[in-house]
Design a protein around this ligand. Sequence first.
Ligand SMILES: Nc1ncnc2c1ncn2[C@@H]1O[C@H](COP(=O)(O)OP(=O)(O)OP(=O)(O)O)[C@@H](O)[C@H]1O
Ligand SMILES: [Mg+2]
Length: 573
Amino acid sequence: MKNPKPPTVRRSISAFRLAFVAIFAISAVLNLLMLTGPIFMLQVYDRVLASNSVPTLLALAGIAILLYLVSGMLDILRLRALNRIAMGVYARLSGPTFSVNLRMPILIGRAAAGVSPSRDLDAIRRFLGSPGPAAICDLPFMPFYFLIIFLFHPWMGILAVAGGAAIFVLVVLNEILSRTPSKQLSESSGLQSALMSTARRNAEAINAMGMGDSLGTRYSAAVERHYLRQQAVSDHGNLFSSIIKTLRLMLQSAMLGLGAYLVIYQEVSPGVMIASSIIMARALAPIEQAVSQWPAFVASRQATVRLDQALQACAQSAATAGLPAPTVDLRVEGLATAAPGSQAPFLQNVAFELKAGDGLGVVGASGSGKSSLARALVGVWPSMAGSIRLDGATLDQWSDGERGRFIGYLPQDVELFDGTVAENICRFSSEPDIDQILQAANAAGIHHMIAGLPDGYQTQIGDSGNFLSGGQRQRLGLARALYGNPFLLVLDEPNSNLDTLGERALTDALKAVRARGGIVIVIAHRPAALAAVNKTLMIQNGTQVQFGDRDEVLRKVVPANRVPAQRRQLDAV
Ligand SMILES: Nc1ncnc2c1ncn2[C@@H]1O[C@H](COP(=O)(O)OP(=O)(O)OP(=O)(O)O)[C@@H](O)[C@H]1O
Ligand SMILES: [Mg+2]
């Protein structure tokens, strides 16, 4: 069953439909109140100065002040409302955007480096909370001003409409020309921050091998490219806003000149001359505002398209079937898989079947595709052909959250997170189960090691667990994989950093999982890890070459003279 309506930016914004109607109504009143100045001017010129009446002046001034105050308050109200909408949209989407952020590399692979949904959401929030939307709300009222100028005198109306049309053409041109640079700007900003975060993550290697300078040069080049693009975008924006500003000033004076000409021929009064010039300026002011906000508007619109695509793609891939957790078997048929975003499969023709209680060792040379198989089995790499079925259901029939409850996975490079030992074991669950944490730590044989840490289970392990040793990290990763007694346990070289004691604990843990009816899949270079399995699968250059009972396969693949040694190692653990 697919979720029919994933949260998207457009849907979140339209949830505030009523608020936008109110903002539009406020804009209508504000635009009407904008006439306060010109009408006051008109009355002062044509009525007060003609009659020399101070009481009339005072009364007019009183009304004008009141109207200005109302208009000021409405303006504040409008900006506050927009700001709240911005925060509301942000609050609705920040959770889904975070999960999209996590899923991007799995969905689109390498292309994810330059894409940042959270930055996109930020751009949308910034624009919604800026004066930009208010300026855009004012644009539809321009014809209303033109109409008033027309009512003053048709010639003035024609001048106003011609000027407005010229500015409109400039706005459209600006929009068309700024699309590509704005898109490029967002890409270069993404690449720049990706470079920085990789460098921080790998600070030790960088410092030890003196790679700082060369990486610095690389980063500077990325920054320079980004700044050049930023410069191009702002040069372009400034050019257009200056042209439009100049044109507006010229139009304002042209309107005054035309008014004066009409006053000379007594077609209009001097008050009308001044008022029409002011109304012209008022009519064109939002355009200028809108143009200055245009880069933010274009950026936010592009961000909306990108983020909505990502949100929808993730919603499609996250199906929730409400299936029970599997308990019987794992069947892999004609499987082909590759990294997300790749066109051709790397690993092909994998087929095997495991029953509850089975343990499978996966062997093969470096780069043969063992980790690729592990990633496909836990559902992070897509199946390009064939299927992976647990109790008959393909992996994508469970949502990520549901699948995580019956899958334990230890990646080749462990991947721990900044937080406490306990948090890492319970997978940062919001409702951690203390008994399960202890059980997982015991099963992984690290309870005593954890107890010896400065704060026990509450010890902070640092970014990626870098306060721990390699072996400690690996065993903590094993405990995390074991948390919640998952049905399918996939361990990618879980013993690469372990000592003999650690390997023994690993073997015991795997035997225990099999004894309780789980399925264990272990990828191994060292045969010690195969002590707890009953089946073996061999991969060569991305294809399965052997599958069967452990000893039988090992006899076939290991040269005869090495078998006894291999056997001795297996029996020793
Ligand atoms: N994230 C990735 N994106 C694209 N290609 C990848 C990715 N990870 C691995 N590959 C490619 O897939 C192939 C198989 O890699 P894999 O990690 O499965 O090998 P392996 O058998 O686990 O090797 P090792 O024993 O060294 O861990 C390699 O040629 C590698 O270039
Ligand atoms: Mg590997």
